[in-house]
Design a protein around this ligand. Sequence first.
Ligand SMILES: [Zn+2]
Ligand SMILES: [Zn+2]
Length: 283
Amino acid sequence: MKYFNYHTHTDYCDGKGTLEENIISAVSSGITDLGFSSHAPVYFNPAWTMKEDRFASYKSEISGLKKKYENRISIFTGLEVDYIPGITGPGSENIISKNLDYTIGAVHVLGRPDDDSLVPITGNSMSFEKSVNEKLDGDVVFSVKEYFRLLREMLINEPPDILAHFDLIKKINVDYVLFDENSTWYLNEIYDTLDVLKRTDVITEINTGALTRKKADSLFPSDLILNELCAGKMPVTVNSDSHSPSDICGLYPETFIKISKTGFKSVKRFVSRGCWTDYEIVT
Ligand SMILES: [Zn+2]
Ligand SMILES: [Zn+2]
């Protein structure tokens, strides 16, 4: 089957390799549709985002490469946009004015940059717990609930085309010391978020980067969520969230076998802005 990847980072943000190096790797890996999704610029310039003054060259370089490689691969321009209420999100003026093919919406931070309460969802369980206690005036359970609350708010107020890594928050709990994914309060957050997602057209990505980049010991999202997405016939696509040309379709064959066994029949394929079609999974 053909492979698509709409979640690709390069040296325009925190990824490795130029746009072209990533395209060459994609072509040789069997990817037919490649979307770039650098972390969108935001005014406080966190280390992982593209700088605003680089966007024009990002767009024009992609456009040139699209023509150069048009007989071998389809190339699209996207951004992975952080949702920080009132500051940035997939529905921000600054993002809409960029005329992208699509957006991937993500929550990577809790708190706010303007009152020094920003807590990135990164690091290990100890460092995360410390940041939450110091900056968010809350505990870990509060912060996990806050993560899912922000996802729901984004899905309702500023729906992106694709929802990034549904349960990214498990990244800071790889040692399972902070919370139990089977606890009732955690499951309630998952089901509440699925309920909101069900009422939108947003595509949920099945993100292999959790495993290729060793951020978690299962895919984003976890099996329970995958089963619910499948049972609810909700749209999904497989993305690598690659940060290096070598990971551009990391674990795709295994992932397609897995989701086919789960019961998924198709993944979404980009056609044109706002328009995605079903592509049958063949394993
Ligand atoms: Zn992300
Ligand atoms: Zn990403």
